[in-house]
Design a protein around this ligand. Structure first.
Ligand SMILES: Cc1cc2nc3c(=O)[nH]c(=O)nc-3n(C[C@H](O)[C@H](O)[C@H](O)COP(=O)(O)OP(=O)(O)OC[C@H]3O[C@@H](n4cnc5c(N)ncnc54)[C@H](O)[C@@H]3O)c2cc1C
Length: 486
């Protein structure tokens, strides 16, 4: 029997250029920066071969014996949308919401483009056949995907008229009968070292003479000339004291494309900014992909709240009014996020081809509000735990050494043993104070794009008259009744 997780690990030995600390990493699964995370992914991928779990995380591909992950399921009913949601929730709960890019987001984007292929095909004739072939390939081979969208942060006040920007933002340098050659960089692709393919495009609205920058591509990670440049690793394999950093270090990387060849079948759109933006705005694809983000978010808020409850119980702080108020606020966060997931699913409607899409406005709200919830949740955890997080000893070894008796005496908690309390505070510190924890706060602020522009876009895209008309009407009625300022 094929065991997908093991197959996934083997598949990474494909000649890719992963750079960490100035060294090209040859064997990712054995490297201390990646092995814990890859073991987590191996475990998740293997669920599709487990008869007890495959119905939860996957579905049987119509006409085939094989199961595929539910991120590839095109939903044509409320039940199928719910099946997708349950699958996202299961993987998220298994990883406590700490693994945000398990490929189910980028896979959902590809699934959404495939589901919307007829709509998109109307303005991009080759798209339908290309996305169909790629979707089937990715689905049937459990491809791990991630997105690389944002252009490098060089000078945000300059545009492509500045040659420093134009030559560094990803662009086509050559076209041949077989494909295109691209050069430039993309900033931050989470999970990049162990992805199979990158979904690459830009958000920017390029002018007609900047069309060499406008494209939507699927680029294999082992493409010659592609360099995956990792940030410093936050993995810490001392699992007893760094449970999260030992398992969930997703790694973020910058991508350098040094004349990378992309065959035409992987060039979904090219040379037309208007079409790229139209694809980027496709509601079917965005609803399906962003839906994954908010289901995952619920698991993370529940995890933070669970830790806050346990910490306050362990130190006997639950009877204080302000602590109760803050713990209540965390519960509110969970309920708000859950309610938005439920609203997006219960208000789902079929698109023009019958694809059952969750309501995007609730998803957008959840993504925006999430940028504020998580930093606040971490702040609450700090407020209710006080100095306890740094009171914990460097490891649990002292419990087994010469000062063992004193350790048990002085670290005892209100309701838990000294050892349990130390273990709990180490876990909490990994979440709020470790490099991994700091990265998570940054991630939740920015993963969905610039939050400032996201909120502004919600305002710009809103139906303003629905809210302002009653105001003008009220004023008009008041005037008619004789109310006047003069
Ligand atoms: C941990 C982490 C993981 C990520 N993973 C991925 C990934 O897997 N794939 C991916 O594609 N992206 C990923 N991203 C990138 C993410 O999408 C971007 O960080 C986000 O879109 C914000 O863009 P930026 O970082 O370039 O910030 P910038 O756009 O450079 O913003 C910096 C500041 O300038 C302001 N600013 C900049 N330009 C403007 C403007 N025109 N108008 C108004 N204000 C402006 C912003 O509001 C902000 O305050 C990740 C980011 C993080 C932090």
């Amino acid at each position: 029997m094929r065991v997908r997780g093991d197959y996934f690990l083997k598949s990474l030995q494909d000649g890719r250029n992963v750079w960490l600390g100035g060294v090209r990493i040859e064997a990712l699964p054995q490297h201390s920066a990646f092995k814990g995370t890859l073991e987590t992914i191996r475990h998740l991928f293997n669920m599709l071969d487990d008869p007890d779990k495959r119905e939860i995380v996957g579905y049987q591909v119509p006409g085939k014996e094989a199961y595929a992950h539910s991120s590839f399921l095109v939903p044509y009913s409320a039940e199928q949308l719910s099946q997708r949601s349950k699958s996202f929730a299961y993987w998220s709960q298994e990883t406590h919401g700490m693994m945000s890019r398990l490929s189910d987001y980028a896979r959902s984007l590809v699934t959404g483009w495939y589901a919307a292929r007829e709509q998109i095909g109307r303005f991009a004739p080759d798209f339908e056949s290309k996305i169909t072939a790629y979707y089937e390939l990715a689905r049937d081979n459990d491809l791990f995907l991630t997105t690389a969208i944002i252009d490098p942060q060089i000078d945000r006040s300059s545009g492509l008229e500045d040659s420093r920007i134009a030559e560094r933002f990803l662009h086509v340098v050559k076209e041949t009968s077989e494909g295109i050659v691209i050069r430039g960089a993309k900033m931050i692709a989470t999970g990049a070292p162990y992805t199979h393919d990158f979904v690459v495009f830009s958000f920017l609205n390029f002018k007609a003479d900047e069309s060499k920058h406008a494209h939507v591509l699927i680029v294999p990670a082992n493409s010659p000339g592609l360099h995956i440049v990792c940030r410093e690793s936050f993995a810490d394999n001392r699992e007893q004291s760094h449970i999260l950093s030992s398992r969930y270090e997703e790694m973020d990387a910058v991508l350098f494309f040094e004349d990378v060849f992309v065959p035409w079948e992987r060039v979904l759109l090219h040379g037309d900014s208007e079409k790229v933006l139209k694809l980027r705005g496709n509601k079917t694809a965005n609803s399906l992909a962003f839906h994954q983000n908010i289901v995952r978010y619920v698991a993370k808020l529940e995890f933070v709240t669970g830790i806050a409850f346990a910490v306050t119980e362990a130190i006997g702080a639950t009877s204080f009014l302000h602590v109760q108020e803050k713990l209540g606020e965390l519960l509110n966060q969970i309920d708000v996020m859950k309610a938005l997931v439920i609203a997006s699913e219960t208000q789902a409607k079929p698109d023009e081809t019958g694809v059952w899409i969750p309501e995007l406005s609730y998803i957008d709200t959840a993504r925006s509000i999430g940028t504020k919830f998580y930093p606040r949740a971490i702040e609450i955890l700090q407020q209710v735990g006080g100095g306890g997080f740094v009171q914990a000893p460097s490891g649990v070894e002292d419990f087994y050494g010469p000062i063992s008796k004193l350790m048990h005496l002085y670290f005892e908690g209100a309701s838990v043993s000294a050892e349990k309390k130390v273990q709990l505070f180490k876990l909490a510190w990994d979440l709020i104070g470790s490099p991994l924890g700091a990265r998570h706060e940054l991630y939740e602020r920015f993963y969905a794009g610039d939050p400032v522009r996201a909120y502004a876009n919600q305002y710009l895209g809103s139906n303003k008259e629905r809210l302002t008309d009653p105001i003008w009407k009220l004023l008009k009625e008041a005037s008619k009744r004789g109310a006047s300022f003069v």
